[in-house]
Write a protein that binds this ligand. Structure first.
Ligand SMILES: *[C@@H]1O[C@H](CO)[C@@H](O)[C@H](O)[C@H]1NC(C)=O
Length: 186
């Protein structure tokens, strides 16, 4: 290498270093507003509700929006606005809706990707929601899915749900699933 190319490489290195420092300096200049130094106490709550996937009925609460192209069903996607109730009966007290979609994401078994918001419409939690995103192998006795966030009173929510099939009507395809929700929130 000639003296010139060594010098050139050296100056590029120094320039990059300087640019890097400059970015860091700019970041430290960002005006961070500390909203609450004494963070409130986080709570861990547990509650149980029932999720009704009604594919029969008029109108259904769960409709296929993408039909599978292969026999296994892989690729099917359902959009849902499923009732959430306190008890296992659909006629029991309504607490909200499960809104979102689920899709058959496994080629080997009935394994779904669930992406939904539990939107609550009663009492203190009226208008608040939690967001669930996870894997649901529906023939497993217990399926665990993460709670990845929330809104309203569930702001900053983290946690998980455990889903257990309560009732499956093979003729209509309607399903009731018990959801036990473990959620950390403020
Ligand atoms: C929930 O909130 C909505 C919108 O603010 C309101 O219209 C409704 O009456 C509330 N429902 C209950 C059960 O409090």
């Amino acid at each position: 290498m000639s003296n010139f190319s060594i010098l050139f490489a050296l100056s590029i290195t120094i320039l990059l270093r300087l640019a890097h420092c400059h970015i860091i300096d700019e970041l430290t200049d960002v005006d961070l507003v500390e909203l609450d130094q004494k963070a409130q106490k986080q709570k861990l709550s547990r509650f149980r509700i029932y999720w009704h996937d009604i594919t029969s009925g008029t109108p259904p609460s769960s409709i296929p929006i993408v039909k599978p192209v292969i026999k296994t069903g892989f690729g099917q996607i359902n959009m849902i606005d499923n009732p959430l109730t306190l008890g296992p009966e659909l006629s029991s007290k309504a607490v909200g809706k499960a809104q979102g979609f689920y899709g058959l994401a496994s080629q080997e078994e009935l394994g779904f990707l669930m992406a939904m918001n539990f939107f609550f419409t009663t009492g203190k939690y009226n208008g608040s929601s939690i967001t669930i995103l996870g894997r649901n192998a529906v023939f497993d006795h217990v399926r665990e899915m993460p709670i990845i966030g929330g809104a309203g009173l569930f702001r900053w929510a983290r946690g998980y749900v455990q889903a257990r099939t309560h009732d499956l009507d093979l003729k209509s395809g309607d399903t009731t699933v018990e959801y036990t929700i473990y959620v950390m929130h403020y």
